[in-house]
Design a protein around this ligand. Structure first.
Ligand SMILES: [Zn+2]
Length: 413
């Protein structure tokens, strides 16, 4: 048995092959990945992860929301663990890096610790959080939010996908409805590495992005109600077309984000249309939308503009529009001592780094309220994510895993 000293390094080739191998589960024609939360593909990826984690000497436990904990004991068996993790689910048009990179980097840390025969003082736990993306079941960051108590377990289990399958049923189908109670595990700290989902690191040339905080994001559903009528005989002046109201609103939402320059974001990425039939003027549209900015005051202002746009478009188009908020995150400030740990570890490894804000939520965001948390990014070569072209180089993937390994060793030794 050795105790850790100095700098250790992961096996970058092994990390890359693990990423590529698990990426074949749900692989798309364009080289991306479609592995929706708790789908058959997600189940296979989870099973493969569990096998690899056991082979790396970990004990695997699954909780009632399907979060997987792969644990490597320390010399102080009852001490709170140093936790690392991310997610294996993807959006339908996903890549091979978002989420799964953080899990495979964590697995490589476990493999390297085993190979080196290192026993840390504190236990180390690698976590796969259930349904981070929220693409099949809403809300997103589900497993981590149930773990911290932000979302009730029963509520999460009852969420269903568009075909009516609940989270509870989907967990049973893939054999990942675990028996361990949710929550109650003590963490000394939590670390997550993730691919950057934008172009900033690539643009500025740094190799590690230390996430110091987040944008604030507020999410809404706009319900636009008009009147169904025959598409032919109905005069233009007679119409109350919910789709036309929604279209005007989409353009306004886009304008609100663009008017804030590079700090503004706004989206209307999901629409439900009723009755969605060729011969009938649309009666009702439900449009999901969000506004984001690093400054909470600006988010308030963006929301006010959005509400004003709803009021004006409703009047102009003869429809009614109701705007209901359903989710919010940030702005968060990450733990300074954890940021310093990541920064110093990157310096030790001679990896140029910069501070960066996250615009998207990650599992680290709910966990931040639970224990000291660090989130850090590696560059995206293509600057794009939630896309088949998502790509980070083997070197960048190795960098992040090296930072993770050495940060874990400093926390757990
Ligand atoms: Zn992710």
């Amino acid at each position: 048995m050795r105790t850790p000293v100095g700098i250790e390094r992961v096996n970058g080739d092994r990390l890359w092959s693990a990423l590529m191998e698990i990426g074949r589960i749900g692989e798309t024609h364009g080289g991306g990945c479609r592995r929706l939360a708790l789908s058959e593909e997600d189940g296979r990826a989870r099973d493969l992860f569990c096998r690899w984690a056991r082979e790396a000497g970990c004990t695997v436990t699954v909780d009632a929301i399907g979060n997987i904990f792969a644990r490597r004991d320390g010399t102080q068996r009852d001490a709170p663990a140093v936790a690392i993790g991310s997610h294996l689910d993807t959006v339908p048009t996903g890549g091979k890096f978002d989420g799964v990179y953080g899990v495979m980097a964590g697995l490589e840390v476990m493999r390297r610790l085993q190979e080196l025969g290192l026993t840390t003082r504190l236990p180390v736990e690698l976590v796969v959080w259930t349904n981070e993306e929220g693409a099949r079941f809403s809300p997103m960051t589900m497993g981590s939010s149930v773990f911290t108590g932000d979302i009730a377990l029963d509520f999460a289990l009852s969420r269903h996908d568009p075909s009516g399958v609940s989270v509870g049923e989907a967990l049973r189908r893939i054999g990942h409805a675990g028996e361990a109670p949710v929550g109650g595990r003590q963490f000394t700290a939590y670390l997550e590495t993730h691919v950057e989902q934008g172009p900033l690191l690539k643009e500025s040339g740094e190799r590690i992005g230390v996430v110091t905080g987040s944008f604030m994001a507020r999410y809404f559903v706009a319900t636009i109600k008009g009147q169904a009528a025959h598409v032919g005989p109905t005069l233009m002046e007679q119409r109350h077309d919910a789709m036309v109201g929604a279209s005007a609103l989409v353009l306004e939402i886009d304008r609100i984000g663009r008017s804030r320059g590079r700090d503004g974001r706004s989206n209307a990425p999901h629409i439900e249309l009723f009755p969605n039939v060729r011969g009938v003027i649309p009666e009702e549209v439900r449009l999901s939308c969000d506004v984001r900015h690093p400054d909470a005051g600006e988010v308030q202002a963006m929301e006010a503009e959005l509400r004003e746009a709803c009021r004006r478009i409703a009047e102009e188009r003869g429809v009614s529009i109701e705007l209901e908020q359903y989710f919010e995150f940030g702005p968060i400030n990450c733990h300074q001592s954890m940021n310093e740990l990541i920064g110093e570890t990157a310096d030790l490894l001679d990896l140029p780094r910069r501070d960066i804000l996250t615009v998207a939520s990650h599992d680290a965001v709910p966990i931040m309220e639970y224990c000291p948390t660090a989130l850090f990014f590696i560059p995206s070569e293509t600057g794009i994510s939630h896309n088949e072209k998502e790509y980070s180089t083997p070197e960048h993937c190795t960098d992040g895993a090296n930072v993770l390994l050495n940060a874990v060793l400093r926390l757990a030794s």
